[in-house]
Design a binder for this molecule. Structure first.
Ligand code: HEM
Ligand code: HEM
Length: 180
């Protein structure tokens, strides 16, 4: 590998608009989550029959559950539309991550006497965080090792294999907290 080809990927990453927007988006989500957790933002008000933070959890989870199989199917059925599908994948799932983070931080900031029993919901949030993290690493390869990219296939394998777990835990969470 020549010197110039070694530095090329880093330069192109900083010129990659998708990478810049996605990185800023994730940082904003982390800040919003912390602000809700510290009670600087209130998400406990009612919107119709449910609290705002619950609507966020429901909308975020619905998008994830419907778009994941749709993406899998559409990517193979319409290969020429790959770029647009991938952009919806990245920014749609990141928006779901924002919604789910609002729900999660809303739960964690509840007063002690009404604190929820952390269980399936916590596991679900960890799964979503790992999905977003592995998706980001696999898409942009932001960290380089001396030998090149750090195990991108490991990230892809983890990303895809987590999806069945995601479905199982979402169903358990909804049945335990919402339907029972
Ligand atoms: C990826 C999506 C979601 C995540 C990460 C998540 C996360 C959480 C967490 C951490 C809690 C605290 C209790 C626990 O750990 O189980 C919780 C509670 C709750 N969630 Fe979710 N949730 C998600 C989706 C949903 C959906 C789709 C619904 C409704 C259909 C929902 C309804 C509720 C309700 C009603 C509670 C309150 C339980 C109580 O009052 O003790 N969540 N969620
Ligand atoms: C809740 C969040 C997410 C879910 C449920 C999800 C779901 C999926 C699924 C089902 C696939 C497999 C597609 C296939 O094999 O054809 C996939 C692949 C992929 N995902 Fe995600 N994803 C999420 C978040 C993200 C994020 C935030 C990014 C990027 C920042 C990302 C990047 C990727 C990439 C690069 C692939 C490989 C696509 C390909 O090989 O054509 N994902 N994801």
């Amino acid at each position: 590998m020549t010197k110039s080809s070694k530095t090329e990927p880093k330069q192109s990453l900083l010129k990659n608009k998708s990478f810049i927007v996605e990185t800023i988006y994730i940082i904003i989500i982390i800040i919003i989550t912390i602000l809700i957790f510290l009670d600087f933002i209130d998400t406990g008000f009612f919107l119709g029959s449910l609290r705002f933070s619950h609507w966020m959890g429901i909308i975020g989870a619905l998008f994830i559950m419907f778009f994941a199989p749709l993406f899998y199917f559409m990517k193979r059925r319409f290969p020429k539309r790959y770029n647009i599908l991938m952009n919806i994948h990245i920014f749609g799932f990141t928006t779901s991550f924002l919604f789910v983070s609002i729900h999660f931080a809303g739960q964690l900031s509840r007063p002690l006497q009404f604190y929820p029993d952390l269980g399936a919901g916590l596991a679900l949030y960890i799964i979503v965080v790992v999905l977003v993290g592995t998706g980001y690493l696999f898409r942009y390869h932001p960290f380089k090792s001396k030998s090149g990219k750090i195990s991108p296939h490991f990230n892809r394998a983890l990303h895809v294999s987590l999806i069945s777990g995601l479905y199982i835990v979402i169903i358990v969470h909804v049945v335990l907290n919402f339907l029972m």
